[in-house]
Design a protein around this ligand. Structure first.
Ligand SMILES: C=C(O[C@@H]1C=C(C(=O)O)C=C[C@H]1O)C(=O)O
Length: 248
């Protein structure tokens, strides 16, 4: 028997439809699936501990070989509602931006937007000891994923980074895509893609299994805020984003 393809996927709610699709499909017998934070998905693919990852697209720049293996992604057209800068002062007045240790794409997106949209240059800190807890009014923070659910009303200044990216470029955004670090058998890729699509088509079942979060509309999130199709304009956005990162 040939060995299983090792796959790392994001452990957040945004990926639950994909996980559902993979786990309700015969392809589950061909893969070893692990669920990780986005930054760990990226590191595992870079370190060749997995063959395919739903990796933050910013990490593509750290891969000597990479190949997109699916028509689906974690993306958004306008506001995504789970990737924010939370701040106690207007962003233009912040002295420090704490980055999210679980993120690669959104930390870079924040840097790109600070430079090119808000045109400011606050100090940027990763792994801050008081991450997301600072009481300094001039300290803001980037946060992604389920930890942001319901937090939008807790801060006086809240910036949705996919929405701000759209204001800067007119484009949608891709946070994470299914990327391989080696050539993958086309038959497998086709079956993998089919399983992911089946998961998206089963979002009602996924919603029925999920807990509810106070102050957060999960149905709206999975159907309308996230956009899972890796369309040509999202690929254009991906390339544009990588160019912006290189210029930081
Ligand atoms: C929309 C999101 O997209 C994500 C953000 C990522 C990042 O910032 O590196 C990576 C994967 C996705 O989980 C989110 O996590 O809320």
């Amino acid at each position: 028997m040939t060995s299983r393809i090792r796959v790392s996927a994001v452990s957040y709610t945004n990926t639950k439809p994909f996980i559902y699709g993979l786990q309700h499909n015969p392809i589950q017998n061909q893969i070893d699936l692990s669920l990780d934070t986005p930054s760990d998905c990226a590191q595992k693919l870079i370190d060749n501990k997995v063959d395919i990852g739903l990796i933050p697209v910013a990490a593509i720049l750290n891969l000597p070989y990479w190949q997109i293996v699916s028509d689906y992604c974690i993306g958004a057209i306008g506001a995504v509602n789970s990737v924010f800068i939370f701040s106690n002062c207007p962003i233009e007045e912040a002295n420090i931006i704490q980055l999210d240790p679980e993120s690669r794409s959104s930390n870079n997106l924040a840097k790109v937007l600070l430079k090119n949209y808000w045109k400011v240059n606050p100090q940027q800190i990763i792994n801050a000891a008081d991450y997301a807890k600072s009481i300094d009014i001039k300290t803001a923070f980037v946060q992604i994923g389920d930890r942001t659910f319901g937090k939008k009303n807790q801060f006086p200044y809240v910036y949705d980074l996919a929405e701000t990216w759209q204001k800067l470029t007119g484009l949608p955004f891709v946070f994470a895509a299914w990327i391989a670090n080696k050539p993958i058998n086309p038959e497998f890729m086709k079956a993998f893609n089919t399983a992911l699509k089946a998961g998206l088509d089963a979002r009602e079942n996924v919603l029925a299994e999920l807990p509810s979060y106070a102050g957060f509309d999960l149905r709206d999130y999975l159907y309308h805020k996230l956009d899972f199709n890796l369309t040509d304009d999202k690929k254009e956005a991906l390339n544009r984003f990588l160019e912006y990162i290189k210029e930081l």
